[in-house]
Design a protein around this ligand. Structure first.
Ligand code: GLN
Length: 484
């Protein structure tokens, strides 16, 4: 195994035994990025000087007995998190030249834990998309099949981790943007409970749904990263004041093994390979001692519509700040103030972002507010209640992450509705604020990875990670790497 294939856990071992140094690891990763990034375009920004400055500090700290837990571990950051002194674009032209004066809380926490920030990863513009094709800087590709999408919006992080350009990355998940690309790239993607991780410095898309999380090649590594980034933050009024558990040390076989399988998640038109992989996973967890419980989440069919009303409404409000005065690069000279705003926003935002702003503005406008926004809020509550009821009968829920494996670049770009339906299984969790982890559960005949999600009760990351770890130990899907 080369150094680039080593996960976070293995790297820590190697450092401890003095069999590798952060400098050697970073050399190898940067070589790999130089070789693969022109093809995969997973990274938007990699600043070699800044990386080696961090390597120098990590190598000094590693020798000390109080070296922090992620000392010398390279991590990539989705370009939606602000990084002090390092360009943060959100994959939008409007933020092309934005160099933040502060770190997002979870970036600050990673640095405090000793991690090396390797670079900023590509994404759908403002995290709006399911394929990383709406990036203003060009699409990311899937390392398993470069003419396929990596999923999105955290597609750069997923592609980078899957192609072993970095052992772990941060992503964000508003409607599936960590879990769906993780599934399509064959890695582990964890969306924590809403409020578990601070949103401070995470550029806002839909504030009642946005949540940062981890993307790694093993469940253990995600548990370890979650420990480092989770916790209450006075700078985020919605962050939860709940104790953070030492997740990586709690990965024991879960005691309760009632596994709910929601009827409504086996929809017509679902890809046959995905269906078969989930059936296979159900058999595996049965052999591991789980009791399968047939559950119903009856309002699932409203989730996509509810999400696109609420997320777009919140986005239209959040994105009002990019006007060329308060935020965002201003477009050239205009006749007057109003035209300056119009030009700036028309040129700075891509098509999908403009579509969401229009949808959201419409849903919130006088006369339509009650019919759209108000109704969607009420339906959101019903979707939450579905889960409350289901968790009376089971301890975790097992479901497909995405209805299809990675699709070809361009296949859905011109059909927004088709693209929106990619999130059909991931969106309900965001609406309910629940944690979910996607883990590899099979490959299609063409060799594309597929994922399943394990969904838990609020703030019960411990159980879903333990369950996912148990499945991972019993299978070998996660050990395959793309041949790229
Ligand atoms: N694909 C969904 C959307 O476009 C979810 C994106 C996300 O989770 N950031 O809104």
């Amino acid at each position: 195994m080369g150094l680039s294939e080593a996960g976070i856990r293995e790297l820590r071992e190697l450092y401890k035994k003095r069999e590798a140094t952060p400098g050697q690891v970073v050399d190898e990763l940067l070589r790999k990025i130089d070789k693969l990034n022109p093809r995969l375009h997973a990274f938007i920004t990699v600043d070699h000087d800044a990386v080696y400055e961090q390597v120098r500090q990590a190598e000094q700290a590693l020798g000390r007995p109080d070296a922090p837990v992620l000392c010398g571990i390279p991590i990539a950051i989705k370009d939606i998190f602000t990084t002090i002194g390092m360009r943060t674009t959100c994959a939008s032209k409007i933020l092309e030249n934005f160099v933040p004066p502060y770190d997002a809380t979870i970036v600050r926490k990673l640095k405090a834990a000793g991690a090396i920030i390797l670079g900023k990863t590509n994404m759908d513009e403002f995290a709006m998309g399911s394929s990383t094709e709406t990036s203003a800087f060009g699409p990311t590709r899937n390392p398993w099949k470069p003419d396929a999408v990596p999923g999105g919006s955290s597609g750069g992080s997923a592609s980078a981790v899957a192609a072993c350009m970095v052992p772990g990355a941060l992503g964000t998940d508003t409607g599936g943007s960590i879990r769906q690309p993780a599934a399509l790239c064959g890695i582990v993607g964890l969306k924590p409970t809403y409020g578990r991780v601070s949103r401070y410095g995470m550029i806002a898309f839909a504030s009642s749904l946005d949540q940062g999380g981890t993307m790694t090649r093993s469940v253990y590594d995600s548990a370890l990263l979650l420990e480092a980034i989770a916790g209450f933050d006075p700078l985020d009024s919605t962050s939860a004041d709940m104790p953070v558990e030492p997740y990586s040390q709690l990965l024991a076989r879960p005691r309760e093994l009632r596994v709910g399988v929601p009827r409504e998640y086996f929809v017509e038109g679902m890809d046959a390979d995905v269906q078969a992989s989930i059936q296979g996973a159900i058999e595996t967890v049965k052999e591991l001692g789980a009791r399968i419980v047939d559950i119903s989440l009856p309002h699932t069919r409203y989730a996509v519509a509810v999400y696109y009303i609420l997320a777009s409404s919140e986005a239209s409000s959040n994105l009002a700040r990019y006007d060329g005065v308060k935020y965002g690069s201003r477009s050239g000279p205009a006749q007057d103030l109003n035209n300056m705003y119009k030009d700036t926003r028309a040129k700075g935002f891509g098509r999908e972002v403009r579509r969401r702003i229009m949808l959201g503005t419409f849903a919130l406008s006088a006369g339509y507010y009650a019919a759209f926004y108000g109704k969607a809020q009420r339906a959101r509550r019903l979707i939450q209640q579905d889960f409350d009821t289901a968790f009376g009968q089971c301890d975790v829920i097992l479901a497909p992450t995405s209805p299809s494996p990675a699709f070809k670049l361009g296949a859905k770009l011109d059909d927004p509705l088709k693209m929106y339906l990619s999130d059909i299984f991931t969106i309900p969790l965001n609406l309910a604020g629940l944690p979910g982890v996607s883990i590899p559960c099979g490959f299609t005949k063409e060799g594309l990875p597929m994922g399943m999600q394990i969904i838990g009760r609020q703030f019960d990351e411990k159980t879903i990670l333990s369950f996912a770890d148990m499945y991972e130990q019993a299978t070998t899907w996660h050990t395959r790497t793309p041949a790229i």
